[in-house]
Design a protein around this ligand. Structure first.
Ligand SMILES: [Mg+2]
Length: 312
């Protein structure tokens, strides 16, 4: 668990940032934005543990920035502390109502700043750790179904904003019930762990995620992967499991354990439901099962709202 934490300072006066760097004595990693737009852009794209936010800024005031941060799924969990010359109780109430966790009045007292920053960074890191545990599958250590639903929504918004493709892959272990019946449930668990490691070995880009989706089902999310690469990615997943050479005497596809893979790609828009993508990937998985298992089926849904184009 990292404990330094990354802090974004949003303030139109660079001198404030310089003094914060001095006061925080190198205990945290600091990023700087001199206006609201730049601040929002950094908050959406970087992993932050705290934002120190000015109120009086020339473009958009800090209250409004805070409300925007709290409104967006990618930034809503980042704690915000106002750092401002506005010292009245009314200002403070407005700040806390906008969703800030704390309010520090300038001129800054370095000891108070350090103590409050430390408190909120520690809380954020502890909370992230607990949230990770809630979203982790204990057998495979992969992200679980709950984590999948959340990440799908986050990536859906991100892709809609960037007008970039998003792919859902759903993977099902072939004849897994027969595997359990033949080798027992403990061997079945070990087998799922091996499948998990094989799949993980294929997915290593920053925008790739692997999940334990259900019993013998896995899922992957691929961000920013153009559809033309999706069949190859799906095929690599299939091959990784086949090449693991897990013996399966009852397999209908040979003598080793295999998977069937369904994938769907879309360029999302905000108004559509991300479940359409999951349902399309599920249909492809069903087709892969129908075509004899140990194979891959993919579909390009094009831009969200377009008619479905069949895969080449
Ligand atoms: Mg200012």
């Amino acid at each position: 668990m990292k404990d330094r934490g990354t802090i974004l300072v949003v303030d139109d006066e660079q001198v404030v940032f310089d003094s914060l760097e001095l006061f925080l004595e190198g205990r945290h990693d600091l990023l700087y934005a001199s206006n609201a737009a730049q601040g929002m852009q950094i908050a959406r794209s970087q992993r932050l543990d705290l934002i120190l936010l000015d109120i009086g800024m020339p473009d958009i005031n800090g209250y409004k920035v805070c409300r925007m941060l709290k409104h967006e799924p990618e930034t809503t969990d980042i704690p915000v502390i106002f750092l401002t010359a506005f010292a009245s109780p009314n200002d403070e109430v407005t700040g806390l109502e906008a969703g800030a966790v704390d309010y520090i009045v300038k001129p800054i007292n370095p000891a108070i700043l350090r103590a409050r920053v430390h408190t909120h960074i520690s809380l954020k890191i502890q909370r992230d750790y607990l949230e990770l545990l809630v979203r982790q599958d204990s057998l495979t250590s992969l992200i679980n179904r709950r984590g999948f639903d959340e990440l799908l929504n986050r990536e859906w918004c991100r892709a809609a904003r960037g007008h970039s493709p998003l792919t859902v892959v759903i993977i099902d272990v072939d004849s897994f019930k027969a595997y359990n019946d033949t080798y027992g449930h403990i061997a079945g668990d070990v087998c799922l762990q091996r499948v998990s490691s094989s799949l993980t070995s294929v997915l290593h880009r920053a925008g790739d995620y692997l999940f334990r989706y259900g019993g013998e089902e896995f899922a992957a999310l691929l961000a920013d992967t153009p559809f033309e690469f999706v069949p190859m990615m799906a095929e690599r997943l299939r091959l990784a499991v086949q090449n693991a050479q897990i013996p399966h005497a009852q397999a209908t596809t040979g003598d080793v354990l295999t998977i069937s893979v369904g994938a769907a790609t879309i360029i999302p828009n905000y108004h559509d439901n991300s479940m359409t993508l999951v349902e399309a990937a599920d249909r492809m998985l069903y087709q892969a099962k129908e075509s004899g298992r140990n194979c891959v089926q993919v579909v390009d849904l094009g831009e969200s709202g377009d008619a479905i184009k069949p895969a080449a």
